[in-house]
Design a protein around this ligand. Structure first.
Ligand SMILES: NC(=O)c1ccc[n+]([C@@H]2O[C@H](COP(=O)([O-])OP(=O)(O)OC[C@H]3O[C@@H](n4cnc5c(N)ncnc54)[C@H](OP(=O)(O)O)[C@@H]3O)[C@@H](O)[C@H]2O)c1
Length: 262
């Protein structure tokens, strides 16, 4: 299947590892020209040969400065993938019904919502020019009452609402905006010794491996196994492809049936 992505200029955030790295590789396999961004580059990202711009997207001016740097040489941008995100485990989380104070909530929203809003704001003129596409990486936890940590899942729910609203606003300019909601995926965030789940295990005093093994079933995933990042990446390719002009404002679950709604 020709997804018509050859030569397309693509910007992927949170691209140094995990789902973002898989997205970089998938676009390159389709012949796209990818710029990757994260706070720091990894050997795996370096090996892809993608252009790299370092940025902390959870800061107020980080996203705009990053987009300016990416577009400095060539202002064309066909696809933006807002993938950077993740949860923070606050010291006060356990036993706190709100999973943290103001600082924790602000950090959750800065990385999982505001980074996408600010990046899109800066990139929109180029995306309009190219009649391009935006894909936001959300999470199935946005739709799961009781999902932890709450600042993360609520920020992802806001990202879902933002995706749908923005899709409506910019579709007349030829820009398609969509989202993907993965469930537990095999990345550093889940399996890494310094990842989010490892931090939760540490604070809860349980074994990290045992917690990881229980995640798919806990989430209601019918495969009872972690999702491979390459599966999320293939879904991104489809949503970004000009061969899908009618997919607008969609939020595709890649969750092995974890979301129990009709
Ligand atoms: N893994 C899952 O089970 C799962 C499930 C549902 C949704 N998701 C979503 O999928 C996306 C990718 O997750 P992942 O599992 O691949 O995570 P990951 O392995 O932890 O990778 C996160 C990426 O984001 C970058 N990043 C983190 N904080 C950043 C910041 N402040 N500024 C710029 N870049 C930053 C990281 O690089 P640096 O640290 O170098 O900045 C890294 O490249 C996230 O939005 C996450 O919420 C993941």
């Amino acid at each position: 299947m020709d997804l018509q992505l050859v030569g397309k200029r693509v910007l992927v955030t949170g691209a140094s590892k995990g789902i973002g790295l898989a997205i970089v590789r998938a676009f390159q396999e389709e012949g796209a020209i990818v710029t990757a961004t994260a706070r720091s580059v990894t050997p795996e990202l370096k090996a892809t040969g993608a252009a790299f711009v370092s940025a902390d997207l959870s800061t107020v001016d980080g996203p705009q400065r990053m987009v300016e740097a990416v577009l400095a040489g060539d202002s064309r941008l066909d696809v933006l993938v807002n993938n950077a995100g993740g949860g923070v485990v606050p010291d006060e989380a356990f036993g706190d019904p709100l999973d943290g104070g103001d600082g924790t909530w602000a950090a959750g929203f800065d990385l999982n919502l505001h980074a996408a809003v600010r990046t899109i704001r800066a990139a929109l003129p180029s995306l309009v020019e190219a009649r391009g596409a935006v894909v936001n990486i959300s999470s199935d936890s946005a739709r799961r009452p009781g999902a932890e940590p709450m600042p993360y899942s609520v920020a992802k729910a806001a990202l879902n609402a933002f995706t749908r609203q923005l899709a409506e606003r910019v579709a007349p300019s030829g820009v398609r905006v969509n989202a993907i909601s993965p469930s537990a995926t095999r990345t550093n965030l889940v399996t890494g010794k310094d990842g989010y789940i490892a931090q939760v295990a540490d604070k809860a005093g349980v074994d990290h491996g045992t917690l990881v093994a229980s995640l798919p079933k806990h989430n209601g995933m019918l495969t009872e196994t972690l999702i491979d990042p390459s599966e999320i990446a293939r879904t991104v390719l489809l949503l970004a492809s000009p061969t899908m002009p009618s997919v607008i404002g969609a939020n595709w679950l890649v969750d092995a049936g974890a979301t129990k709604v009709v």
